[in-house]
Design a protein around this ligand. Structure first.
Ligand code: PLP
Length: 466
């Protein structure tokens, strides 16, 4: 029996069904055998596939029939309005960065790197190896595969200065992507109704996770150089907050990389207020002209809870991240994660571990650095030439995005709409502000498909800004 010929018969029958009325009888097995030159077992297999997809139904001894479509009637879900009441927060809908555009659009909105920037060969080989091993059929420990925990801890520990104790493997917990780590950290370390300081602008997913956890967001002004430390101190003082969420390296969206002095001041402020810093190191593998320097590596007192994602650097299909925390905070986070999802697929953990421990991973990261540099510069040059009104406050030294300021008088919604009508998707900056935006911004991602289209994308933006 050939899978290929069964799939071919399925395709042919689907086409036939699409023009047949509901209830129509399919040709007999014998007729299908003759028509497709396949054996009866292959034909039966194709019919079973169509039945499993709900397209046909078999009546034993009578034949196979096109399934009658159910009559669509409008549903009334009004009772749910009464049962659910008003939502605690009104953030809903798909964020711009997650939109999947038609192939012919120039996608500058997306948050995810194009396939050509992924270690595809390593990922495929890792899946093949993992499929043969225990990971495919066993349950991993709740905190993650010990070797992967050790890898996350060692990666962070490699940045620890002399005199600071590096994290132990047991301090790391493996996550199904760092988004769930953010939610868990906000629930475990802050809790509903309590204040969380957050840079403004900042990662939209953190804003959503915090809103979902019911924490009260306290925006701290930030930008291409990081947050204002005096303002941060005042915000801790004023609100009594015990946690700050921040991205000290290649922040999304501003690209900010904190100076060593700023990192010291923020850490000192956090310690003085007996608070946590939730450090989101989402772009650790995307350094271009600079290497990331995790702030968590300077802290062995349990103040910094550190998130490191592999989703965008290994593969969006291998959604793995790690969180490193010490003391009771780690226990709270682990217990919260267990209530939410129990454990992370061992298969995905095994694949991630395999990829990042291959010698070729380092080679891949070195190549990636050059590709990102070329893409970033190409988009920045294209903006300078074709959209001079779009102002880049700083060229990011890592990460995947340009954070572009537009003239004060810009009607941002119109610009975004006009770009889209002309085949270019851009992300309006307002989605990255936890409060009102301080001006019209766009976030443009240079890691999406086809950098050859950047000049055209910039031309379209330039025309929309005229
Ligand atoms: C700053 C930041 N943190 C966290 C995430 C989420 O990472 P993951 O895909 O691992 O959940 C993203 C994804 O865009 C991000 O930009």
């Amino acid at each position: 029996m050939s899978n290929d010929s069964s799939a071919r018969i399925v395709e042919a029958l689907r086409a036939w069904i699409s023009t047949a009325p509901p209830g129509a009888k399919l040709p007999s097995t014998r007729a299908l055998v003759a028509e497709h030159g396949a054996g009866p077992v292959t034909v039966q297999k194709a019919l079973r596939t169509l039945a499993a997809q709900g397209m046909v139904e078999s009546r034993p001894g009578v034949g196979t029939f096109v399934r009658a479509a159910r009559v669509a009637r409008p549903h009334d879900y009004g009772w749910q309005t009464a049962a659910l009441g008003s939502p605690r927060n009104r953030i809903s809908g798909l964020h711009t960065a997650l939109r999947t555009p038609p192939n012919d659009m120039i996608a500058l909105h997306s948050g995810y790197p194009d396939r050509e920037l992924l270690p595809e060969r390593l990922v495929r080989a890792a899946f093949t190896r993992a499929a043969r091993g225990d990971a495919a059929v066993s349950r991993p420990p709740a905190a993650g595969l010990p070797e992967l925990q050790a890898w996350f801890a060692a990666e962070l520990g490699s940045h620890a200065p002399v005199g600071v104790a590096p994290p132990a493997p047991g301090d790391a917990i493996v996550l199904p992507g760092s988004q769930s780590g953010l939610s868990s950290a906000f629930r475990s370390l802050v809790g509903a109704g309590r204040p969380l300081l957050i840079e403004s602008p900042t990662y939209w997913g953190a804003i959503r996770a915090a809103a979902q956890a019911g924490v009260a967001l306290v925006p701290v002004p930030s930008g291409v150089h990081g947050p204002d430390p005096d303002e941060l101190d005042r915000a801790f003082e004023r609100t009594g907050a015990r946690a700050l969420y921040a991205q000290p390296n290649f922040a999304n969206p501003t690209g900010a990389r904190w100076s060593s002095e700023l990192a010291d001041r923020v850490l000192e402020t956090v310690r003085r207020h007996g608070a946590f810093l939730v450090e989101d190191d989402w772009a650790h593998d995307f350094g271009i002209d600079a290497d990331p320097t995790p702030l968590a590596a300077r802290d062995d007192g349990g103040h910094v809870v550190y998130l490191r994602s592999l989703t965008k650097s290994v593969s969006p299909a291998v959604r793995i991240a790690g969180i490193v925390a010490r003391g009771p905070a780690r226990e709270r986070i682990l217990s919260d994660l267990q209530s939410e999802s129990m454990y992370v697929s061992g298969m995905l953990q095994a694949v991630a571990l395999d990829v990042v421990t291959q010698p070729a991973w380092r080679t891949h990261l070195r190549g990636l650095r050059h590709q990102l540099a070329a893409r970033r510069d190409l988009l920045a040059d294209a903006l300078r030439e074709h959209a001079p009104a779009a102002y880049l406050e700083a060229l990011p030294r890592g990460g995947l995005n340009l954070w572009v300021r537009l003239p004060d008088t810009t009607d941002l919604a119109r610009v975004v709409r006009e770009c889209e009508e002309n085949g270019v998707l851009v992300a309006p900056g307002g989605e990255w502000f936890p409060a009102e935006p301080t001006g019209p911004y766009l976030r443009l991602n240079y890691s999406g498909p086809d950098p050859g289209a950047f000049p055209e994308g910039a031309r379209v933006l330039g025309r929309a800004l005229e």
